[in-house]
Write a protein that binds this ligand. Structure first.
Ligand SMILES: NC(=O)c1ccc[n+]([C@@H]2O[C@H](COP(=O)([O-])OP(=O)(O)OC[C@H]3O[C@@H](n4cnc5c(N)ncnc54)[C@H](OP(=O)(O)O)[C@@H]3O)[C@@H](O)[C@H]2O)c1
Length: 352
């Protein structure tokens, strides 16, 4: 259904409207080359609510949110921007087998962390529907893309290393932050393994970068250092008591023999009662070691007309748009699993 690239706007559905989904929804409504045809709501309070209200768009769209996946499938959309808190293989399979291309920010880059059985289901659903699944975001996503592009300046690449180096206390998701170790006793048994699992999508992005530079990984490891808070912090949506984890510095590393060829990780703190092991750079630090060494830091900054209180929204837009902007390329791509290494450059749209 979706392969023939149409001379009409692409029919797009938005899956959930949380921090990231509502930014994606806002962008879809505003685009001439996309037509919003449906919205999925997880929360009962959002069912029946107009997309405009869910995204802060000034005029009603006439498109109301539903919690019925079959209603959305029946609309025969070309693509779905998929931004739920927890992804579901059943949902993905239903969308893909119905011919709906999926662009996801929800823990998907290559699908490598899925069980072989789940990955097989996804591949079969793509075959059945002639559809494509793609995952991106800010980190993983854009940060890896910048690393891959920079490596194009090198005669020899020894390592691509990407580090999200930020105070993430403006990302108000207590569930996510606790799962990443914050506010927990640093000596909690199994804490490092829990953080590894929770952040495993970074290992997928490391594998994607390795593949792009022609490195055949024989293993991926994870290492992490926890730093304890020197005092109490009240972040509003969660507390970080003195002595609990307030800094998390770790990497998923891909290896070829004893060479660490790709590393994707984080130097995160929450609150001001902590000294991270490495100074914060307030952005995505992208380093390519080789001949020559290349380095840049991607900062996400407010434009002059930014009116929202605080800057959290900027990070959410930065996360949403690499996914939403990819819709046309993903609709045009061959069926199956595609990554940033397969697609043409994903650009934004000129202001109207
Ligand atoms: N790659 C990156 O750079 C990056 C960065 C940050 C986040 N992410 C990922 O992007 C996704 C969305 O993040 P977010 O901050 O927007 O999340 P969020 O606002 O916390 O949640 C997104 C939506 O998920 C739905 N939801 C809530 N609880 C749920 C549950 N128990 N089961 C299923 N759905 C549930 C809700 O939908 P309704 O609104 O319909 O009620 C909620 O608004 C997450 O998977 C996150 O890990 C990626």
């Amino acid at each position: 259904m979706s392969r023939a690239h149409p001379d009409r706007p692409l029919r797009v559905i938005q899956w959930t409207t949380g921090n990231i989904g509502r930014r994606s929804l806002h962008a879809i409504i505003g685009r001439d080359d996309m037509e919003l045809v449906g919205v999925f709501a997880h929360g009962a309070d959002k069912v029946g609510v107009d997309a405009a209200e869910l995204s802060g768009w000034p005029e009603p769209t006439g498109v109301k949110a539903t919690d019925d996946i079959e209603e959305l499938v029946a609309l025969k959309p070309d693509a779905c921007c998929y931004n739920p808190l927890w992804p579901s293989i059943d949902e993905l399979v239903r969308l893909l087998e119905s011919g709906i291309n999926v662009c996801s920010s929800a823990a998907w880059i290559t699908g490598g962390k899925q069980t072989p059985a789940d990955l097989d289901r996804i591949r079969k659903a793509c075959e059945t529907g002639g559809s494509t699944i793609f995952g991106s975001g800010a980190h993983p996503g854009m940060s890896n893309l910048v690393g891959m592009v920079l490596s194009g300046a090198c005669e020899r690449v020894d390592e691509i290393r990407i580090t999200e180096s930020v105070d993430c206390s403006t990302y108000e998701s207590a569930g996510t932050q606790t799962a990443m170790g914050f506010s927990q006793d640093p000596e909690t048994p199994g804490l490092a393994e829990s953080v590894r699992k929770e952040s495993e999508v970074f290992a997928e992005s490391a594998a994607m970068m390795a593949d792009a530079i022609g490195a055949r990984l024989d293993r991926i490891t994870f290492d992490v250092t926890f730093t304890a808070a020197t005092g109490d912090s009240d972040l509003g949506f969660m507390q970080i008591p003195k002595g609990t984890v307030a800094g998390v510095h770790g990497y998923h590393r891909g290896w070829v023999g004893d060479r660490n060829v790709v590393s994707v990780g984080f130097n995160w703190i929450m609150g001001d009662q902590v000294t991270p092991p490495k100074p914060l750079e307030d952005g995505h630090v992208v380093q390519v070691f080789g001949l020559p060494n290349m380095r840049t830091v991607v900062h996400c900054l407010p434009p002059r007309d930014w009116t929202e209180p605080g800057f959290m929204g900027l990070g959410m837009i930065y996360t949403a748009m690499p996914v939403t902007n990819a819709v046309p390329a993903v609709v045009a791509a061959a069926p199956g699993i595609v990554t940033l290494a397969d697609l043409p450059p994903i650009t934004g749209r000129s202001a109207k």
